[in-house]
Design a protein. Structure first.
Length: 163
């Protein structure tokens, strides 16, 4: 059986879309917006961090982090306190509710991953990983890193909205 490169590309697109939708369902069922899990995880792993620290580490805009942390704070998952050394910065900590939400989401996502990789043995996983890494390497966009590609994607979305 011969498979065209177009069909392979379509399969990759479908897998990516299905994973993103499924992750969105997990997050939504726990009161999170897409991407907020990474923020909570970063705060837990980097105690005493600021919004700017998170924006820099996750390669997103400070405005995006400000909005997400405001939502997380309103939902009772995050606490902001003034930095004694720099009163313009807030120190972020995850609340008990945030920890519980994070643990539930992480568990649900782990179960999801187990389900989608069911029947694929360790050798096949390694093979698939190696292939995907080669595909990623083939995407070398001059000097672009992943965060600049995300920013370009956001610009493209904004451009489509104007029509």
């Amino acid at each position: 059986m011969q498979i065209s490169l177009t069909d392979l590309g379509k399969s990759i697109d479908r897998v990516a879309m299905m994973r993103r939708v499924s992750m969105g369902r997990v997050f939504g069922s726990r009161g999170l917006h897409f991407g907020q899990l990474r923020i909570l995880e970063h705060i837990i792993n980097n105690e005493g961090c600021t919004q700017n620290d998170i924006a820099e580490k996750l390669d997103v805009s400070p405005a995006s982090i400000a909005l997400s942390t405001k939502r997380l704070q309103k939902a009772g998952m995050l606490k902001k306190s003034e930095d004694n050394e720099n009163r313009r910065c807030n120190i972020l900590t995850v609340t008990e509710k945030g920890m519980e939400t994070l643990e539930c989401c992480r568990r649900d996502l782990d179960l999801f991953d187990e389900k989608i990789f069911d029947g694929i043995n360790e050798d096949e996983r390694i093979f698939l990983y190696d292939i995907l890494e080669r595909i990623i390497k083939n995407f070398s966009f001059e000097n672009d890193d992943f965060s600049s590609l995300i920013q370009e994607l956001h610009k493209q979305k904004k451009g489509r909205r104007k029509c």
